[in-house]
Design a binder for this molecule. Structure first.
Ligand SMILES: C[S@@+](CC[C@H](N)C(=O)[O-])C[C@H]1O[C@@H](n2cnc3c(N)ncnc32)[C@H](O)[C@@H]1O
Length: 233
C-alpha cells in the first residue's frame, strides 16, 4: 500500500477513474489533483501530468502531490487546455468538472494544434450531447459511458479515435442517443430513466411558450422515453 494522504474521490471522479488505464495520463483542469493521484495509487496510470490554467489551483495540486508522496510520478504544468502537452506526447487525457462548452473550446484549440490524444475521458457538468456530437464529427467513438450520482447526474464518456461510423448509435433514435447517451440508453440506466423523466417534466412545463428549442428538446426526450419503454435492444 502506498503511504501518504490522498484527496477523496466523489462518485463522478470514481466513474472517470474506472474508464482510464494508461502508462502516461494527463488530467486537464485538475485543481485538487484527486483524479490523477487516485490513478497512480490504484495502478491505472504509471505516470501522470497535471495541467492547470491558473496558478492558484496548480499550487493546490502541487501540495496534494507532495502530501501523496507520489511526486516522482507526477508532473505539473501551467497552461491552457492541451497546449502544455507536446503533440503525440501521450495517448490519454481526462477533462472533468468543466462545462461542455469549455471542454469543446479546449478540444478545438487542441485539434488545431494537433494535440488531441487518442483516448479522452470527459465528465462535463452540463450538455454531454455537445461532446458526443463533437466525437461523432471528429472521428472519436464512444467506447463507454457511466452516469454518476451527485448534485446533478453526471455523465462520464470514454472517447477513442477510430475510423468509420460509431456503431454505438446503431438502431437508436439519433437525437435521443446524442443527448442521453447510446450506452446509457441500452443499459436502461436507472439514473438515466430519472434524467429523461425530469427533463420531460421540466420541458412540458415550458411547452406552452412554444420556443423552438424547447419543442425540439421535448421531442428528443419523448423519443428517448418511447425507446426506453418499448425497445428490446
Ligand atoms: C471545477 S474545477 C474541476 C476540478 C476537477 N477536475 C474535478 O473534476 O473536480 C475546474 C478547474 O479547471 C481549471 N480550468 C478551467 N479551464 C481550463 C483550461 N482551459 N485549461 C486548464 N485548466 C482549466 C480551473 O482553473 C479549475 O481549477
Amino acid at each position: 500500500m502506498t503511504p501518504g494522504f490522498f484527496p477523496p474521490l466523489d462518485a463522478r471522479l470514481e466513474a472517470a477513474a474506472d474508464l482510464i488505464r494508461a502508462p502516461l495520463h494527463a488530467d486537464i483542469g485538475s485543481d485538487h489533483a484527486a483524479l490523477p493521484l487516485a490513478l497512480l495509487r490504484c495502478g491505472r496510470a504509471g505516470r501522470v501530468m497535471i495541467v492547470e490554467k491558473t496558478a492558484g489551483p496548480l499550487e493546490v495540486a502541487r501540495q496534494a502531490v507532495s502530501l501523496s508522496g507520489l511526486g516522482d510520478r507526477a508532473e505539473l504544468r501551467l497552461g491552457d487546455g492541451l497546449a502544455p502537452l507536446w503533440p503525440h506526447e501521450l495517448e490519454s487525457v481526462s477533462l472533468t468538472g468543466l462545462g461542455a462548452r469549455t471542454m469543446l473550446g479546449i478540444l478545438e484549440r487542441g485539434r488545431a494544434a494537433g494535440r488531441v490524444p487518442r483516448a479522452l475521458v470527459t465528465q462535463p457538468n452540463d450538455d454531454a450531447g455537445l461532446l458526443r456530437g463533437w466525437a461523432w464529427a471528429h472521428g472519436y467513438h464512444l467506447k463507454a459511458e457511466r452516469l454518476a450520482p451527485g448534485f446533478w447526474r453526471y455523465p462520464v464518456l470514454r472517447l477513442e479515435q477510430a475510423s468509420g461510423p460509431d456503431t454505438a448509435y446503431q438502431g437508436l433514435p439519433r437525437a435521443a442517443a446524442l443527448v442521453y447517451g447510446p450506452h446509457l440508453l441500452r443499459q436502461r440506466h436507472p439514473l438515466l430513466v430519472q434524467e429523461v423523466q425530469a427533463q420531460l417534466h421540466r420541458l412540458e412545463g415550458l411547452e406552452r411558450h412554444a420556443r423552438p428549442q424547447v419543442l425540439s428538446d421535448l421531442t428528443t426526450a419523448r423519443s428517448a422515453l418511447t425507446w426506453l419503454e418499448n425497445s428490446d435492444g
